[in-house]
Design a protein around this ligand. Sequence first.
Ligand code: PPS
Length: 289
Amino acid sequence: TCEYELVPHRGFTLISGTHDPDDVDQINDLEIRDSDVFVVTYPKSGTIWMQQILLLLEAKGDLAAISRLSNSCNADLIPWIEVNGSRQTFITAPSPRMRVTHLQYQFMPSALSLKKGKVIYVARNPKDVLVSYFYFHKLANMLETPKDFDDFFEKFMRGDVFGCSWFEHVKTWYSHKDDMNMLFITYEEMIQDLHSAVQRISVFLEKELNPEQLANVVKHSTFNNMKKIPKANYEQVPDDLFSHHEGRFMRKGTIGDWKHHFTVAQSERLDQVFQREMKDTPLRFIWAI
Ligand code: PPS
């Protein structure tokens, strides 16, 4: 059993004790500065990775400088906007304000659609997201431990998880891409060529880094290096939040791990839903390499 609950709210779900519905509803009205940056993801799509990259870009590749800014995780320097109390801190925070969110489009500050601020959406192929999310449900105490993989597969397909339907999340945000200053990038693009991805992100954020600084950003944001950096790998998260004996947050960091988990029937079913749901969304994923 799990003491937290998924609570339906405006076509989405929130986590009791973590998100306050009234507070979340006020995010729409936040005033936005041009220097604000929101990283938007469906869970398990590369949030912590983007947090690390943005911090490094801000610090011009100087890892030690980031470490000095935070006593806990680096990711805490780019907090979740939907978590209790976070909206209030955002209002008075100095620029640049950088935040992450798993929220669906309808909750976001409406000023973003007036092309104020910047949005980076990171999408990952849903099969790998599902596998990563399955393991995260074992690790994270605020989410119900799955009975088994098959059971979790059904839950994910029904959208009966925090984040709701992957398809809805990705296609709705994608459909608003051109209303906002948005960089839409995939986890797979980042895996395949991290240097180019970091370069695209720095251009988008108008950060001028020299080649050496850029190379340092890349170096300190590879999976293997992040896994070794205590402040970047979530291993300092307190035991009441993560059951650390169940596994590591920085688990595999690859494309195609779903092949070790899905049956042929599950894979075909997800393909069919993908084709139906995403037929008007010109977005292609790399499913395996
Ligand atoms: S969360 O809980 O929604 O914030 O999770 P999120 O950070 O979005 O996603 C976690 C997955 O991203 C992988 N990850 C990385 N992959 C490649 N390179 C780097 N640097 C990296 N950092 C994190 C992490 O390992 C999780 O994926 P899986 O497939 O479980 O390994």
